[in-house]
Design a protein around this ligand. Structure first.
Ligand SMILES: [Ca+2]
Ligand SMILES: [Ca+2]
Ligand SMILES: [Ca+2]
Length: 133
């Protein structure tokens, strides 16, 4: 289990996630569909990368180029610290992508390089037990 795994909540990952809407207001289906740019029913690595970049800039509402702990409310201090590789108390775009890139493989159960809605759902459920419903 990677320390950073809890950083991947699809509420943060996908456009309009934690920053603009409460996660409960958006279904997983909707958030998945938004990340699946070409509508083929899978999120590939390129779409995942773009979703991360997009999420970063959505979260970075003031365009400072980094995220502070206040902007990542759902992230525990331990996870934040682990993601903050250079220890400056901020998460820049590279740190953000690095921290969450491996989550793609963690969620990709059958290792085919594509995430399905089911894989994303199960991964999300694993990360956030007891938050369903
Ligand atoms: Ca796709
Ligand atoms: Ca940093
Ligand atoms: Ca897969």
């Amino acid at each position: 289990m990677r320390l950073l795994a809890p950083l991947l909540t699809f509420a943060l990952l996908l456009p309009g996630g934690a920053a603009l809407a409460k996660p409960a207001e958006r279904s997983m289906d909707e958030r998945f569909a938004e990340a699946d740019w070409n509508d083929d029913g899978f999120i590939d690595r390129r779409e995942y990368y773009e979703a991360l970049v997009y999420a970063f800039f959505r979260l970075d509402a003031e365009s400072t180029g980094y995220l502070t702990r206040a902007q990542l409310k759902d992230v525990t201090p331990e996870v934040f610290q682990a993601a903050d590789r250079n220890g400056d108390g901020k998460i820049d775009l590279n740190e953000y992508i690095d921290a969450r890139w491996d989550d793609f493989d963690a969620a990709d159960e059958n290792g085919d390089g594509l995430l399905t809605l089911d894989e994303v759902r199960r991964f999300d459920a694993k990360l956030r037990p007891g938050e369903r419903g």
